[in-house]
Design a protein around this ligand. Structure first.
Ligand code: SF4
Length: 385
């Protein structure tokens, strides 16, 4: 198998790794044949600064000695595996980057020879890219379970983003998913180290003069956990280790794994978890504000922000010309940018009706039941429109 064949195989296998980034075909290039271009497997991705790039997501190796119940790469499962050496992958990626076929890389791996050794392979790859090939673009590095603190530090020096997948919200739930992973020591501890390092080492000592962002991923429905457990963990991570984002991947059974007959999770659950996690992270909501059912899950048929507003705002609508930003962003249809646009417009003129909100890009129909314009219910305007 040559390097491009290895990349085709590993990048395809990496598509099992969900992090919210959609797919795209490769960009055109004069240096690679059409067949080679097909094999590049890049995806569009939006960086934390809003920049859009073509991201190559791949495994360094699909060999794994662990046996997580849900995972296609678990030890003993029969499928074609492949492994890159660090210099082999770095050389290939440098060519793809020079040909503008990939503008960033997300590098993960199965665990082979222990978490420390595997992390060394990932670090060596990033070091070759940064030092030998002077690659200045985006690198997202996965932290392996069991990696050491100095390896986490080195990853932070080389990467724009580091991620550690918790998979489950706590020790008890992880035992149902991944019997040989240790929640506190192997998975949560590296996230705590990232935050410790951020607190003690100035940002200018890191790649690009910034601390890398951190993300994690949960398998929603993999361990029979509730939404409350997942969002409690997410809320803790947001507040204590400055997690940039939690990803939720709806469980989907994979053949020839112990979970092959476990029912798939409804994708709507993943969607509701994202909505709720954004409310916790960006909109000032607390866990108690979320409309959990008696079994501690979010209703699948209701947007959590809308459900909250129906309980707390339907009878006490908010005066749009007086509300503070923290009140505005709790109104359905008004996002963070929308609230800022309202405050800006209000500093010039009073807002008089729903059409003035529409001009600001706000979903006026959703906001109307919870608003007053100068003491009058906006919902009545809706009936007249
Ligand atoms: S350690 Fe990672 S790659 Fe290996 S079986 Fe578990 S989830 Fe899969």
């Amino acid at each position: 198998m040559d390097s491009l064949d290895t990349l085709k195989l590993l990048a395809t296998q990496m598509s099992f790794e969900v992090d919210g980034e959609p797919r795209l075909t490769s960009a055109p290039s004069a240096c690679f044949s059409p067949k080679e271009r097909e094999q590049a497997f890049t995806h569009p991705a939006q960086l934390p600064n809003g920049q859009k790039i073509l991201l190559l997501k791949t495994l360094l190796s699909s060999t794994c000695e662990r046996d997580c119940f849900y995972c296609p790469f678990r030890a003993g499962r029969d499928f074609r595996r492949a492994t890159f050496k660090p210099d082999e992958f770095a050389g290939l990626f440098a060519k793809l980057s020079a040909a503008r076929m990939a503008e960033g890389v997300f590098l993960s791996s199965g665990v082979a020879g222990g978490g420390v050794r595997t992390q060394d392979q990932l670090l060596a790859t990033a070091e070759i890219l940064r030092q030998k090939y002077q690659y200045r673009g985006y690198i997202h590095l996965k932290i392996m379970p069991g990696a050491e603190k100095d390896q986490v530090y080195r990853a932070m020096q080389l990467a724009d983003r580091v991620s550690i997948n918790l998979e489950a919200p706590n020790t008890e739930r992880l035992a149902k998913l991944a019997p040989h992973k240790i929640f506190l020591e192997e998975l949560l501890q590296p996230l705590k180290w990232v935050e410790e390092i951020r607190k003690t080492v100035p940002a200018h000592k890191f790649w690009n003069g910034r601390w890398p962002s951190t993300v994690t991923q949960f398998v929603a429905g993999g361990s029979d956990e509730s939404d409350l457990e997942l969002l409690t963990a997410t809320n803790w991570l947001n507040k204590n280790v400055r997690l940039n984002r939690a990803y939720f991947s709806a469980f989907h059974p994979i053949g020839d794994t112990p979970f092959e007959n476990k029912p798939a999770t409804d994708p709507m659950r993943e969607h509701r978890l994202y909505q709720a996690s954004f409310l916790l992270r960006d909109y000032g909501f607390d866990l108690e504000d979320l409309p959990f059912t008696s079994i501690h899950n979010l209703p699948l048929d209701a947007d959590p922000k809308q459900a909250w507003a129906q309980i707390y705002l339907a009878d006490k609508p908010i005066e749009i010309n007086k509300a503070e930003r923290r009140e505005l962003i709790r109104i359905p249809g008004i996002g963070l940018k929308g609230a800022d646009a309202i405050l800006n417009a209000r500093s010039i003129n009073r807002l008089r009706d729903l059409s003035s909100l529409k001009k600001l890009g706000i979903i006026a129909e959703r906001a109307a039941p919870y608003l007053l314009f100068n003491g009058h219910r906006a919902a009545i305007q809706m009936k007249l429109l």
